[in-house]
Design a protein around this ligand. Sequence first.
Ligand code: SF4
Length: 334
Amino acid sequence: MREALHFEKLGGGKVRWLLCPHRCSIADGDSGRCWARANRGGTLFSATYGLSTSFALDPVEKKPLYHFMPGSRILSIGQNGCNLECAFCQNWRISRGGAAEEAVNPQSLADSARKVGSIGIAYTYNEPLVGFEFVKDSAALVKKAGLANVLVTNGYINPGPLEELLPFIHALNVDIKSIRDGFYKRLCKASLKPVQETLRIAVGKAHVEVTNLVIPGENDKDEEFEELADWLATNLGPDVPVHLSAYFPAYKLTNPPTPKETLSRARSIVAKRMKYVYMGNIAGPEGRDTVCASCGKVLIERHGYDTRILGLKTDSTCADCGAKNNIILKVKQS
Ligand code: SF4
């Protein structure tokens, strides 16, 4: 265990963790609701520091990131714990904690990435922010080695720690699970506003893409897609890629899977305000390719995770009309 960052002592051996909007107060001997924090003797520790549950070399498109180093592979690491409790969690075996762990050393991550031809490290599968100290230490070393750091997150973090971490992060995929706060309260035991704040802070500081998991009967009404598109276009801008993902019954939720027609309908609504809208977690070519936002020419063609860059120049302009598109082809070294 490693002593935690961003906590305060409350007296009587109690501490409060200030990283996450839940601001849990944790008694001596107890753990936080995210499973990744432990109070021992009135000091808060990261209970998952240097321990991973999942490790895989994935296509970057699987994160999903479609506009960041398309066609590349990224070494992805997961840990136990999450600060949300989504009834539909696809990764509940690790997000709920208690999964088997293996030791992993932040110093070795950059080397491992190089060895397997990875562009860097993705912190994903569970909620990486509940392992803040490990992610920050690892990301600093990975960046120093000239590699990329990718965060796949629910965005549930307070602004201060987020601003501290962002200088090490090159790209994020942030879930916006619904544009309705009630959905977050009912199905995730959390709230919407902190996620919106995270998106506003992150856009412009790193490459951002967003994911919305479309669940039949929960967040699939036309007006919700319209509100989501309005909020994204107004607060983040129309260039941020949007992934509309199909849901499948998992963990506690038994709603039927998302029909393709629902995703197509959602895409046609969101695409009225956003330039790049994709369909994910569903078979078929629809909503896969990246087309130039100006002339509609196919820039990147995708078949499953087979990605081909066709009409894109190295400065991310369209080879046909010359328009600049929001696509990162190489990691900026700073
Ligand atoms: S935020 Fe993600 S990992 Fe956490 S409970 Fe929800 S779906 Fe699972």
